[in-house]
Design a protein around this ligand. Structure first.
Ligand code: HEM
Length: 186
């Protein structure tokens, strides 16, 4: 294992995607709590839950963004994959800034146990940007195939640990991105 793989993950097991699940889950919870609180459902409790979920999501964003950034740095500049991944980066950074502003603007409301209109609108705007960024991230993986090995016929014992063997099913796992920029990437 290369030292950087401790952060970016092994071939076939990148760390960025599972971290995005945690981050997106927390932001989604925050948005849902904000809407429900604004609608008067357990208003005070969900206002507290909204702000704490937002805070947890912002913390989770740090390792998520770092792992994504390390993968992004391996992409060849100017390729279609790079353009899609850069659009993903911009959408996610913008979403993060909007959520951060929502947490700062909404802190007073959190103390008073209410989600203010401004904080609600900022949370929803952040969520819209997060959805756009998630769509673009999905494009990076499921359309361009970044970090996908795609070895359907690889025996299960090898497939669960694709870096353990060297090319048992017609193709050595690829580490990071190559000059080609697209296709199968470890
Ligand atoms: C809040 C922060 C972020 C979230 C929630 C997020 C979310 C996602 C999602 C949903 C995917 C598709 C993978 C899947 O469906 O499991 C993805 C892939 C990807 N994202 Fe992000 N992303 C974030 C930040 C970043 C940043 C800042 C960068 C680059 C600087 C980045 C670069 C990438 C790359 C290169 C991929 C392709 C797959 C991989 O490398 O693991 N992401 N991201």
């Amino acid at each position: 294992m290369k030292p950087t793989e401790l952060v970016t993950g092994l071939p076939g097991h990148p760390t960025h995607p599972p971290l995005t699940d945690v981050t997106i889950g927390l932001y989604t919870g925050a948005a849902a709590f904000a809407v429900l609180s604004a609608l008067g459902v357990a208003e005070q409790n969900l206002a507290v839950a909204w702000w704490l979920a937002l805070l947890a999501a912002l913390v989770a964003t740090v390792p998520t963004a770092v792992t994504g950034l390390l993968d992004w740095l391996k992409i060849t500049r100017g390729t279609p994959l790079w353009r899609t991944a850069t659009a993903h980066l911009l959408a996610m950074v913008t979403a993060t800034v909007v959520f951060l502003v929502a947490a700062i603007v909404g802190h007073g409301g959190y103390v008073d146990r209410e989600v203010t209109t401004g904080a609600l609108l900022l949370t929803l705007a952040g969520f819209a940007l997060l959805t756009l960024g998630g769509w673009l991230g999905g494009t990076v993986v499921f359309v361009h195939g970044m970090r996908v090995l795609g070895e359907k016929d690889r025996p299960t014992a090898d497939a669960v640990r694709p870096d353990a063997t060297n090319n048992s099913a017609g193709g050595a796992p690829q580490q990071g991105l190559t000059r080609a920029g697209e296709g199968r990437h470890g």
